[in-house]
Design a protein around this ligand. Sequence first.
Ligand SMILES: [Fe+2]
Ligand SMILES: [Fe+2]
Length: 195
Amino acid sequence: MKTLMSPSGPGSVSPFSAPPLVVGPFRLADPGRRPPAMRALDGLPGIGDRLRVAAFAELQARDAFQWAADALAGDSVVLRKAWLALARAEDRHLGWLLDRMDALSLDVRGRPVSPELYGALTSSTSVVDFAGLMASAEERGRVAGERFETRLRDVDPTTAALFGQIAREEAAHIRLAERLLRGDEVFFTDDSDLL
Ligand SMILES: [Fe+2]
Ligand SMILES: [Fe+2]
């Protein structure tokens, strides 16, 4: 079993090194290039840009939580359970967003995306580091989700409601990250504790 204290010598794998991100149906921007700016939110291309970026953020968050459960939870069964539950929540969000793109006949590969979030989250070397990065990433996602919910309410109420639902669930993830940052004991029994 990996522990945070295991020395990494030649040939050994650091407990902190994350596997390469598997990007699934998405298309990455060329290394060193930023993805193109998102189009206006008043039409389907712009709605697609936001769904795509949000979906890829969910994929990166999911895989980062899975990595953290192995690399950073140490001997804490509760922490490991919590991070795996967060990975399941992000996977559910990813599915909802991809389903919505499908329903709108939007091409997931239509524009390139950046894997920056996964790199940032998996650069953490401690629970506190990771919880801090996680809290700020979740907060960015929550704020963007609320903004899209408001702006899309009249244009596309179904997508608006989806962004709103995800934003509310991200708020619960932020509360968990804040408990970890304060060093509170985390009581976690099942996925409903995230809600
Ligand atoms: Fe999410
Ligand atoms: Fe989240």
